[in-house]
Design a binder for this molecule. Sequence first.
Ligand code: CP
Length: 332
Amino acid sequence: MAKVQPLPNEVRGLNRTLEVGVRHLRTKDLLGMQELSPEEIQLILDTAFVMKQILSVQTKKTAHLQGKSIIHFFAENSTRTRLSFESAGKYLGATSSNISKTGSSINKGENLYDMAKTLDMMSTDILVMRHPESGAARYLSEKISASVVNAGDGMNEHPTQALLDMMTMVEYKGHLKGLKVVIAGDAMHSRVMRSNVWGLSKMGAEVRVAGPPTLIPRFLDRMPCTVYHDVRKACEDVDVVMGLRVQFEREHKVLFPSVNEYAKFFGIDDECLRRAKEDAIIMHPGPCNRGVEMPSHIHEHDRSVIHEQVANGVSVRMAVLFLLNARRNLQA
Ligand code: CP
C-alpha cells in the first residue's frame, strides 16, 4: 500500500488539526474495549491516522505531551507493545521511565498497590501497565490519580492491540461495518481475542471465533461472536483471517494431542485462504509460533499485513496517549 508523505507544513497543519476542538475519551483510563463506545473507538482510529501521517516525515517529534510523565510497568514479557508505547510517548514529547518486576521492589515483596501509589506520588501522568492478573489495571485505576492504560491484563483484555488491528483493517478494507472476521486459535487464553470481539462487534463487524473445543472458553456464548470448531469452515467468505498465538506458557494441562496435530487440524493453511474472499487479509498479533498457528509462507504471504499491524501500533498508542492527556487537561 502506498504511503502518504506529507511535507513539513502539512505536519504543522496536522498538529493544528489535533489541537483545534480537541476531543477526548470519557474516562481517565483505557482499560478495555468493553468499556469504549463506538464513537470513542472511531475517535481513537481517526486520531491514529493523523498520528500515522505525522510519523511519515523525517522529524517525527511533537510537543503534545511535553512536560508529562509516562511510566511503563511490564510484569510480563513484551516486545511490540512496550517498545511502541515507549516510542509513542517519545514522539509526543513526554518524559518516560520503565519499571519491571525484576529490578524493582516488587521482587522484595512490595505489593502492586504500594508500587503504584509510589509512582503516583512522583507526579506520574500516565501508567502503561501489563500484568498477568486479569483486572490488575482496573484495580489500580481506582486507586491512583494517574491515567492507567491496560497493555494486557492476564486473559482479560489488550485494548490497544484490538485498536491497531482495527486500524489495519480500515487501512486495507476501508471500513469495519459489515466485515467478516475470523479469529482462529487459542481463544481460551487470548486477551487479544476478547478485545477484538468487543471492539469489532461494536463497529458493526461479524466476528467468528474458531479453534479446538478445548481452547474455546464457554463464556463465548455470552459474547457477540459465533463459535466454530472447524477453522476452514469458519474461513468461508471472510474478509479477514486472524491467527492467535498458542500460549504454551499459560497452559497447565495438555489441551491438544500434539503441536503437529494442532498445526494440521487447526492452523491457518492454504485451504483456509482458498475459502476466504480472494482479497482477504491475513493478520496475527504476534509473536507468532511459525509452523503452529500458520506456516511461514502464509505469515509472509503477499496478503499478510502482520508487519503493518506492528507499524500501526505506534500510531494507535500515540492516539491513546494524546486523547487521555486531553481528558486530563480538562480536569487540570
Ligand atoms: N501483540 C503483543 O502484545 O506483542 P508483545 O507481547 O510483543 O507486546
